[in-house]
Design a protein. Structure first.
Length: 537
């Protein structure tokens, strides 16, 4: 549903850019990116035209899961800088007219967080109930069959206090007990700490994990499990995730945000659409944007994608705002999934769909997954399930800024190796190259930001088959657009059956197509896509 202009909020009209801070820009020659590095690149982000930045965790952490294992929620890891650097970041992001979104990881802490250190110290410690502690079964086995997302069981035996604790991720990431009101209050206080500093919102890590079944019932087996899948997928997580009470927690978080002006919350949620949309909450008082990950793992097939868009559009509650994602730090990069040429078509899709797009750093220059030799793998998910090719390192390699040593990312060898092709694929080169994917992104971003039909207009599917996807974006009183995308590598031909299409190609994957006048028939070569400015009738 379209909203009137005055109600188009920054996170609705905006374009979010995800920074994985270890890999964006190093400023002090330790091979790891940092806040002063991000500051140095704000001009680039402004030039690109994105309007909000989400930064993966910057907090103190033993780095067992590269920052998603937090040992202090109200500070900055010295690797990344300090609180003064952070304050400067808030100030400069705002001065550049952009917004800043922090990653919040409320489901679990590091086992080195003082809360857990206390909690594990004795059974009668005041913080014992802040985590999920349970006795062994009479046979000594863990309380239930739940599995860790990172391989193996999800319960760890504690010798000192003779109980198990639950960890949905690593042994070093114990889950907090969100049924405990003190835990709730402590985390809401963390939110206030950063909101008071001026952050504009949070991306909430694994939102659907936050509450588990009170009776801790066994998860049922997954009949669709196959050997190549992560071991976690052997079971269906019906009791360990997505429990009804999670919505009370989300709504409490939302109330905190609503106590401030114009803040927002994204939820990281991997669930089928019918369940995902419940995270908007009753009357949209839950997450502003439950991340829509549909495009991350579905077959790259026009008919299936068109059906998925319709499914999503149809499932959205009234006035709920959509969003789209092509990649993130946990998933293979779009270029490696669909190919370099098709990634340009994907860019057109991402930036012309209805709803807030999130761009993963490097997507805009067509960065691909980098093969990381086994002895260099850093990601625990890769290390724990070595035979399954599940390491996330390939999608986390350093940003490729230039063809100088270490790609302009650092003066020293980076923490994760660079793509061997960085000499050719880098920002500096692509800025000068009219056909680059970077300039395609920049132009798409500018067009989307300028055109009400694209940033808030209606979406209407016109046509789809196995090769091609075509849709209209329209808004009363504004220029309308027809987007036609060839999602295959072979030519395809489009003559709409019921409507007469007249207009001009104003942006395309291949510049030769731009300026072309369209009168009903559109022929596209493989991997081509066009945005047509429609004549007003
Ligand atoms: C989701 C994050 O995106 C991922 O990187 C992390 O490993 C897990 N949550 C655990 O925090």
């Amino acid at each position: 549903m379209t909203q009137p202009e005055e109600h188009c909020l920054w996170w609705q009209k905006g374009i979010i850019y995800q920074i994985y801070p270890r890999s964006f820009q190093d400023s002090n020659g330790d091979g790891v990116g940092d806040i002063p590095g991000i500051l140095k690149r704000l001009d680039y982000l402004k030039w690109l035209g994105v309007t909000a930045i989400w930064i993966s965790p910057l907090y103190p952490s033993p780095m067992a899961d590269f920052g998603y294992d937090i040992s202090d929620y109200c500070n900055i890891h010295p690797l990344f800088g300090n609180l003064a650097d952070f304050d400067k970041l808030v100030q400069e992001v705002h001065a550049a007219g952009m917004k800043l979104i922090l990653d919040l990881v409320p489901n679990h802490t590091s086992d080195e967080h003082p809360w857990f250190v206390e909690s594990r110290s004795s059974r009668d410690n005041a913080k014992r109930d802040w985590y999920i502690w349970k006795d062994a079964r009479p046979d000594g086995l863990p309380p239930n069959n739940w599995l860790s997302m990172f391989g193996g069981g999800a319960w760890e035996w504690d010798e000192t206090t003779q109980q198990y604790y639950y960890h949905a991720f690593l042994v070093k990431q114990p889950d907090l007990n969100w049924r405990n009101p003190q835990v709730q209050e402590a985390m809401l206080q963390v939110m206030r700490f950063w909101l008071d500093k001026g952050v504009d919102g949070f991306r909430v890590d694994v939102m659907w994990h936050m509450i588990k079944d009170e009776q801790l019932r066994d998860n049922p087996p997954n009949p669709a499990y196959q050997q190549h899948m992560a071991t976690y997928e052997q079971l269906l997580p019906v009791y360990s995730t997505d429990q009804p009470e999670v919505h009370d927690i989300v709504s409490k978080m939302r109330q905190v945000l609503d106590g401030y002006d114009d803040r927002m919350m994204i939820g990281e949620i991997y669930l089928p659409i019918s369940k995902l949309v419940t995270y908007y909450g009753v009357d949209n008082k839950g997450a502003h944007l439950p991340f829509n990950f549909m495009l991350l793992n579905m077959p790259w097939n026009a008919a299936e994608i068109a059906a998925a868009i319709d499914l999503y559009e149809g499932a959205l509650p009234q006035n709920a705002w959509p969003n789209w994602v092509l990649g993130n730090h946990d998933q293979p990069r779009i270029s490696s999934r669909v190919g370099q040429q098709q990634a340009r078509v994907a860019a057109l899709l991402l930036l012309t769909l209805r709803g807030t797009p999130t761009i993963y750093y490097g997507e805009e220059i067509g960065m691909r997954d980098v093969p990381i030799p086994f002895n260099e793998v850093k990601d625990p998910q890769g290390l724990n399930m070595p035979d399954k090719n599940l390491s996330r390192d390939p999608a986390r390699t350093p940003m490729q800024w230039s063809n100088s040593e270490y790609a302009g990312f650092s003066d020293a060898a980076p923490w994760l190796r660079l793509d061997s092709g960085f000499n050719r694929t880098n920002v500096q080169h692509q800025k000068e190259e009219p056909l680059s994917v970077l300039l395609l992104y920049k132009r798409l971003i500018a067009l989307r930001q300028a055109q009400p039909a694209l940033y808030r207009g209606r979406y209407q599917r016109v046509y789809s088959d196995t090769q091609m996807l075509a849709y209209l974006r329209e808004e009363e009183g504004a220029q309308s657009y027809l987007v036609v995308l060839n999602l295959s590598h072979r030519p395809c031909y489009f003559t709409p059956a019921s409507v007469v299409i007249k207009g001009k190609v104003i942006l395309a994957t291949s510049p030769e197509l731009e300026g072309q006048v369209i009168s009903n028939t559109i022929n596209l070569a493989g991997d081509e896509g066009v945005i047509i400015e429609l004549d007003t009738l």
